[in-house]
Design a protein. Structure first.
Length: 110
């Protein structure tokens, strides 16, 4: 499956335009979510429970996923690529560089 760079670009734009909602260190919190959360929500998933300690989403077909698994699935990321992109220590600038690398074919064979 090819990486959906358009989806990654939309998630990046959301994070840049809403910095108060971007919290890479947590799957989900009271005020936002990480890159995986942005991707999942922009793809039509919804949080399974209102409890911010739960990191599961339900996709548009009603299937339950961990947010990182769903986000990597819809974005076409391998496990290695997802681990790289969703690392909790990444800054937004580092995430932008990773996406840029994916667009340029770097790391797409992982």
């Amino acid at each position: 499956m090819a990486i959906d760079v358009a989806l990654l670009d939309r998630a990046l734009a959301f994070a840049r335009d809403n910095p108060e909602r971007h919290h890479q260190q947590e799957w989900r919190c009271e005020t936002g979510e990480c890159m995986a959360g942005h991707i999942a929500l922009l793809s039509g998933a919804q949080w399974l429970l209102p409890d911010v300690n739960d990191a599961h989403v339900v996709d548009p077909e009603g299937t339950r996923w961990h947010v990182s698994d769903y986000a990597s699935h819809v974005a076409g990321l391998s496990l290695i690529q997802a681990d790289d992109l969703f690392d909790s220590h990444n800054t937004l600038e580092e995430i932008e560089e990773i996406v840029k690398d994916f667009k340029n074919g770097v790391g797409v064979d992982d």
